[in-house]
Design a protein around this ligand. Structure first.
Ligand code: G3P
Ligand code: CA
Length: 227
């Protein structure tokens, strides 16, 4: 079973920061992060649509330029990272990167192409898996990125899940542990696709891990020890 650091080592460091990613790297097989788009079309690594929860600023990412956003600080005094900054770190490592395109509220125009372009510039196509809750995003990504590794992101399932998995040629489904017992989870495994689970922070929450490729956790050292 592989361990992915959810938003970096977010149990010990502020989520989606360079310090959280650097701290996770020695302990994990993969890193998961969230990407949104600034007003001037720059990819930034932040979970929420607004900067309010994780920085000393206020407002929507989509309404700020990168320059404005980079003036803000997280509780550790860091800047919100650009995707390129994180790709630089990943390039020097051997881990897999899961880029979640956070288009749940806003259909950021062109985010799929920009993210794919960034990944190809770093020649990291083989070590990056894209995911999104927004199914249209995944379809658009496949349109612009024939070779992209794609995972369909769901909670505990979706009526059209298998149709979408087929349509975007997904290598994996990323789901909550509740999904494991469903008929679709069995089909995923029967089709030799991968199942990765989020977000598990307590070893007692681990379901039957047969056929599970990876878990995403905030507690990267805890899971490293029991693995
Ligand atoms: O990608 C899995 C997980 O990160 C999705 O939920 O809200 O933590 O981005 P969230
Ligand atoms: Ca995420």
């Amino acid at each position: 079973m592989l361990i992915y650091a959810h938003r970096g080592y977010s149990a010990k460091y502020p989520e989606n920061t360079i310090s959280a990613f650097e701290a996770a790297l020695p302990h994990v097989d993969g890193i998961e992060l969230d990407v949104q788009l600034t007003r001037d079309g720059r990819l930034v690594v932040i979970h929420d649509e607004t900067v309010d929860r994780t920085t000393n600023g206020s407002g929507y990412v989509k309404d700020m330029t990168l320059r404005q956003l980079r003036l803000l600080r997280t509780e550790s005094g860091e800047r919100i990272p650009t995707l390129e900054e994180v790709l630089l770190l990943i390039e020097k490592s051997d881990v897999t990167l899961n880029i979640e395109l956070k288009t749940d509220q806003f259909d950021y125009d062109g985010i799929e192409y920009l993210a794919w372009l960034a990944v190809t510039e770093f020649k990291l196509e083989e070590r990056v898996v894209f995911s999104s809750f927004n199914l249209d995003t995944l379809v658009r990504l496949r349109d612009v990125a024939r070779d992209a590794r794609i995972a369909v992101l769901t909670g505990d399932g979706h009526p059209q899940l298998m149709e979408l998995v087929e349509r975007v040629g997904a290598e994996a489904v990323h789901a909550q542990p509740e999904f494991v017992g469903t008929a679709d989870a069995k089909t995923i495994r029967d089709q030799n696709r991968l199942l990765r689970l989020y977000t598990i922070n307590d070893p007692h929450e681990l379901p039957d891990m047969t056929g599970i490729d990876a878990i995403m956790t905030d507690e990267v050292e805890l899971f490293q020890r029991i693995n």
